[in-house]
Design a protein around this ligand. Structure first.
Ligand SMILES: [Zn+2]
Length: 296
């Protein structure tokens, strides 16, 4: 019984000490890098994205939309490959163009317009969503509107605006910072329209929290994740885990010391019990011997 209790105690200590890294990480969580999460997320993929190729569009914009969505898919994949064990679903989409493969069954509808979008004169993209407060699922379709400035907007401009709006369609809000350490922040409210841009680690980290059911929150990215713009490539391999090891190493040493101490304690206790057990019968035997001696 005592032995079992010791084991339970050791396990408890391991659990307690083992949870320290997460406590430390939460405390150290990058106070600077936070993102707003909206109150909805999708539960099934692929998402059916319908693009209304109206009079304010040119064929190139269809490619811009496809590239914008592909950047999300790739960035999420890259992030998930680096930080395994995240709760992110495999985000994928099906693209429908009104002039190629029109459909009436879609989750997201994207429309082009000629001017900026009311009420603000500076609004170049807008996402409108209606969602359920019980299931936190969008009631399709989510509507995205993007201005092409009467078809004068460049393909890159349209691609960047669509990518930002698609972040909202996935359930992300805004980021208050305009730059990551290697490029513009996509989910900044006025993100760049002229530079090549991709979702950031913060954006995808936000999705991992949102898709783990943290609705309507502002979440901070832990320090062990570098704040970078994801790209066509991957996050530098091991960067996240190496930084994590800095925090884990002293804690691992502490855990080892506790385990060694506990095991030594158990062994000593076991040895003492064994000694007590072997001493008692020998007393009985000597008594018996004494008895025998008396009778002889
Ligand atoms: Zn926005």
């Amino acid at each position: 019984m005592v032995h079992n209790l010791s084991r339970v105690f050791v396990l408890f200590m391991v659990v307690c000490v083992g949870s320290v890294p997460w406590v430390v990480q939460s405390a150290l969580a990058g106070a600077n890098h936070s993102i707003v999460l909206l109150e909805y997320r999708w539960v099934s993929f692929p998402l059916k994205v319908y693009v209304d190729m109206n009079e304010w569009s040119i064929p190139d914009y269809a490619i811009s939309v496809q590239e914008a969505l592909d950047n999300w898919v790739r960035s999420i994949w890259n992030y998930s490959e680096t930080y395994r064990g995240t709760s992110l679903p495999v985000v994928s989409y099906l693209l429908y163009l009104s002039n190629v493969n029109a459909t009436t069954d879609y989750d997201i509808r994207l429309t082009f317009t000629n001017t900026t979008i009311p009420p603000g004169s500076k609004i170049v993209g807008l996402t409108v969503c209606d969602w359920s407060l019980t299931t936190f699922e969008p009631n399709p379709p989510i509507s995205i509107t993007v201005t092409t400035h009467s078809r004068n907007a460049s393909s890159l401009y349209v691609k960047n605006v669509v990518m930002h709006e698609f972040g909202h369609a996935l359930g992300l809000g805004e980021v208050s910072e305009n730059n990551t350490s290697n490029g513009p922040e996509l989910m900044y409210y006025a993100s760049s329209k002229k530079l090549p841009i991709y979702p950031s680690t913060l954006d995808v980290y936000g999705l991992t929290r949102l898709y783990a059911a943290e609705y309507d929150h502002i979440v901070q990215m832990p320090d062990y994740i570098p704040y970078i713009m994801l790209s066509q490539g991957t996050i530098p391999v091991g960067q996240g885990s190496q930084q994590g090891q800095r925090y884990y190493f002293p804690i691992l040493v502490a855990v080892s010391v506790v385990i060694i101490a506990a095991v030594t304690l158990i062994m000593l206790r076991k040895k003492r019990k064994h000694e007590e057990a072997t001493t008692r019968p020998s007393l009985v035997r000597s008594k018996g011997l004494n008895n025998q001696m008396r009778t002889s």
